[in-house]
Design a protein around this ligand. Structure first.
Ligand SMILES: NC(=O)c1ccc[n+]([C@@H]2O[C@H](COP(=O)([O-])OP(=O)(O)OC[C@H]3O[C@@H](n4cnc5c(N)ncnc54)[C@H](OP(=O)(O)O)[C@@H]3O)[C@@H](O)[C@H]2O)c1
Length: 284
């Protein structure tokens, strides 16, 4: 698998997102705990060394599963977490972005993952139905920079960020990655991806397969059939070829799906296939 640098940490471009390892609505324990642990052990066996998680998944559930399955961690395993929200008892998502709340979230992640320092922490910013919401990021990024200075965080990233917020954050601290929604049919961040690529900053699309309702398109199915691949493998391969700074974190609760997704790292899309796939967004 080819690699990309998250600061001084090298990760394979095919990673894994742990959000699907909770119960329904990203809340509570998984339906199949043994399968969840098997997914985590299998991803390491497949050569994946980048896991995306958060202590607000469950809450605590994915981090505790990761620790149970994989601690003590392999030297090359990079665990990226995110902070900026908390969960209500009814599974609701609540903002938690004060400096005090961010520090508490860093300690929750450290404790539940069994780490003394977090590899990468994404500041998950506010968003609305239209996507990331503009707003000043000085206070939260300064708080993260302070936690980095104290040795609790190795690298800082952003999630749900606009181009303006990325620019402001980069004037305060070194940003190694941006995690926003992006996939074959949701391409609002095309310009941002290219801008980050020029500066060697990773772009990590969430919902790379379309999220809770995976992508469906006749064009995608036709192209996949011609390549002898599945539509979702083809969607992942398209992202890997879209830009060298794109790192993938497809989520799954299934070992069989994990293996299919990992195999997409070896799928090469010929130019004609890419041309057809690029038409999906313009024909949508
Ligand atoms: N920063 C943020 O605000 C944010 C928001 C959302 C997600 N994330 C991160 O991004 C990661 C990826 O997003 P996601 O997991 O929500 O969405 P996703 O990767 O786009 O898709 C996950 C969905 O696809 C299904 N799936 C996966 N592989 C499949 C396969 N080979 N065949 C058929 N179905 C398959 C999964 O079901 P099965 O479990 O049945 O495979 C699940 O329903 C998350 O895990 C999380 O770490 C971040």
């Amino acid at each position: 698998m080819n690699t990309f640098q998250l600061g001084d940490l090298a990760v394979n471009r095919m990673g894994y997102g742990a959000m699907q390892l909770t119960g329904p609505h990203v809340f509570g324990p998984p339906r199949n705990r043994e399968e969840a642990l098997a997914v985590l052990r299998e991803l390491v066996a497949l050569g994946i060394n980048h896991i995306d998680t958060s202590d607000f998944y469950g809450p605590h559930v994915t981090n505790q599963l990761i620790r149970e399955a994989l601690h003590p961690y392999a030297d090359d395993l990079v665990i990226v977490t995110k902070i900026g929200a908390s969960r209500g008892a009814d599974a609701s998502w609540l903002p938690a972005q004060s400096p005090k709340a961010l520090e508490a979230a860093v300690h929750d992640n450290l404790r539940n993952l069994g780490l003394e320092r977090l590899d990468v922490v994404n500041m998950r910013l506010m968003f609305d139905v239209m996507g990331p919401a503009e707003g000043d990021v000085e206070a939260p990024i300064s708080a993260l920079a302070e936690l980095q200075h104290r040795g609790l965080i190795r690298h800082i990233g952003l999630s749900n960020a606009t181009a303006r917020q990325v620019k402001q954050a980069r004037s305060i601290a070194r940003i190694v990655c941006v995690q926003n929604q992006y996939n074959l049919v949701h391409r609002h961040d095309d310009a941002l991806i290219d801008e980050l690529a020029k500066d060697g900053i990773a772009y990590v699309p969430f919902f790379p397969l379309g999220g809770f309702s995976p992508l469906q398109s006749t064009i995608l199915s036709d192209v996949a059939a011609q390549l002898g691949a599945t539509p979702l493998q083809t969607a992942l391969a398209w992202l890997l070829q879209r830009s060298q700074n794109i790192l993938l974190i497809p989520g799954t609760s299934s070992v069989a799906h994990l293996r299919q997704n990992a195999a997409a790292a070896d799928l090469i899309l010929p130019p004609e296939a890419i041309r057809k796939l690029n038409c999906i967004v313009t024909s949508a």
